[in-house]
Design a protein around this ligand. Structure first.
Ligand code: NAG
Ligand code: NAG
Ligand code: NAG
Ligand code: NAG
Ligand code: NAG
Ligand code: NAG
Ligand code: NAG
Length: 459
């Protein structure tokens, strides 16, 4: 790890555009000449998810602050379905992005378009398609951006994101919005992001902890990357637990139970659960759900006792990063926020709320005591499809926080969907982190922008 850090640090020096005597050298730097960066710069980020494709356009001023595009803090447009729905027609997949691309280009001033980077990160949907099909789709997207877009584009900007990259981009986005970049690592926040397929944990660790990170074998994702953000070096722990997202965990729980049914299912439900092409019997026990028995099932699913070769482990044999000050304040996003808002222990009108893991436990105990019919009355804001799983989801979320990530049940955590930024609220999601990375690593004009240039060591 140490050795790698040194190697990458010297590599990075080479990647930084050189500005010598007013003459800008290097391809990226040359592309960045002219108007770009004098006052503002834009970034166009496609988020190719499993259920749909979205585009985000961000606009930064010379101090690297976000500024409005029209009336909003970002341009955001989405289409359904996602790229993976066009598995057998890569061209159609790429074409599905054209309306998004047109919208994005329409808000970037024409003279800035050639120096405005466009990136696409694909997540679970394409990952599950397999290498060959997903590469064909990505190639069609590259061709589209090459021939039909006036934006600045490089082929390696169109990729399937590694899970840890999603986590670290979210960490960058969250800490940027909170104004923490430049603070010492103990004054940053850690992030937990519970998606459908996977759950990500990311937080900053000390240099010593980074040096003790387990050596990873070839091909595996690194546990820790070093990044320079706003003149400050961070050692960022990020890990993505594949198949421990909320929807994947339902399948794991239903599959893992020894009984003919899961005690997490609300009484009165008969039916099946489908995930990733597999169908599971999800019918409830005749006696209905039980909080205690559901907890046992959830704990079993997390494989807490799986052999772990490291000193500090979370679950499933994964190194936890060792904890520390960068994990003192945790911002918890996505399904954690959604379920809490839907069952009503936080106000859905509020973009963030302070809670404890115990709040999830209390909510689970209440939910697991209800039949499906009763829950239908108690939880008008839970979608019909999710209702039979509401005991399971809440019990799993509590188990993940406490037994999985090792939080104290009484530790305060922040549930977050949006972060207040100036007069606006900005969605906390990975595309902003990707935009910050690409804009700050490219800008050649503004000193402020150069200061926030991140170094991504294992990109
Ligand atoms: C893309 O660009 C090519 C070549 O400029 C053009 O022939 C084609 O019509 C364009 N396609 C779309 C969908 O804009
Ligand atoms: C960078 O850090 C300085 C102080 O350390 C802070 O004033 C500034 O807002 C930070 N910039 C960003 C974009 O976070
Ligand atoms: C990782 O490998 C390097 C050299 O290959 C070694 O010096 C270091 O102690 C190893 N670190 C751990 C935590 O095993
Ligand atoms: C599902 O499980 C229930 C309870 O054990 C059982 O009665 C039912 O026949 C099962 N359904 C299927 C399709 O296997
Ligand atoms: C894990 O191991 C501990 C100690 O050996 C034991 O007390 C606990 O019940 C085990 N948990 C599970 C889920 O097997
Ligand atoms: C659940 O139901 C049992 C039996 O009806 C009751 O004793 C218990 O207080 C209930 N728990 C909650 C959290 O409502
Ligand atoms: C929930 O209630 C609505 C109307 O109040 C009804 O249409 C629906 O069938 C109920 N669903 C269940 C699962 O009981």
């Amino acid at each position: 790890m140490e050795r790698d850090l040194v190697l990458y640090a010297s590599l990075v020096l080479l990647l930084v555009p050189h500005v010598a005597g007013g003459i800008v050298l290097g391809r990226k730097a040359a592309a960045g000449g002219g108007v770009r960066g004098e006052t503002e710069s834009y970034a166009v980020i496609f988020d190719a998810g499993s259920t749909g494709s979205r585009v985000h356009v961000f606009r930064f001023d010379e101090n690297m602050n976000l500024v409005n595009i029209g009336d909003d803090i970002e341009l955001y447009v989405a289409v359904k379905p996602g790229l993976s729905s066009y598995a057998d027609d890569p061209q159609e997949a790429a074409n599905s992005l054209i309306p998004l691309l047109e919208e994005a280009e329409s808000v970037v001033p024409e003279e800035l378009q050639p120096t405005t980077p466009v990136r696409l990160g694909a997540t679970a949907g394409l990952r599950n398609l397999g290498d060959e099909k997903s590469e064909e789709i990505l190639q069609a997207v590259r061709d589209l951006l090459q021939t039909n877009s006036s934006l600045e584009y490089e082929s390696e900007w169109v990729t399937v994101l590694e899970g840890y990259q999603e986590g670290s981009y979210l960490w960058v986005a969250m800490n940027y919005l909170l104004g923490n970049l430049g603070n010492k690592y103990s004054d940053t926040v850690g992030v937990v992001d519970l998606g459908g397929g996977s759950v990500q944990m990311a937080y900053a660790v000390s240099e010593e902890a980074a040096a003790n990170a387990p050596n990873i074998s070839n091909g595996d994702d690194p546990y820790v990357t070093k990044q320079l953000l706003n003149e400050t070096n961070y050692y960022l722990y990020a890990y993505s637990y594949l198949n421990f997202g909320l929807l994947a965990a339902r399948a794991e729980i239903l599959e893992a139970v020894d009984d003919p049914y899961s005690y997490c299912m609300l009484g009165g439900y008969t039916g099946t659960y489908e995930y990733n092409g597999e169908v599971y019997n999800a019918s409830a026990s005749p006696s209905g759900s039980s909080y205690n028995k559901c907890r046992t099932e959830a704990i079993k699913t997390l494989k807490i006792n799986e052999t772990c070769t490291y000193e500090d482990c979370s679950f499933g044999g994964v190194w936890s990063g060792g904890g520390g000050d960068g994990q003192k304040n945790i911002y918890v996003a996505s399904f954690f926020y959604d379920r809490a808002a839907q069952v009503g222990f936080i106000d859905p009108e509020e973009p963030s709320a302070l809670v404890t893991p115990s709040d999830f436990e209390e909510a689970a105990k209440t939910a697991c005591n209800l039949s499906l019919e009763e829950a239908n009355v108690t939880y008008p804001n839970v979608a019909a499809d999710d209702l039979p799983y509401i005991c399971m989801d809440l019990a799993y979320e509590y188990t993940l926080l406490v037994n999985g990530f090792g939080l104290e049940p009484s530790q305060e955590i922040t549930l977050v969907s949006k972060v207040k930024y100036g007069d606006s609220y900005v969605g906390a999601a990975w595309p902003l982190g990707s935009a910050i990375e690409v804009v700050s690593s490219q800008s050649t004009q503004s000193l402020a922008m150069k200061k926030i240039r991140p170094l991504w060591l294992q990109w």
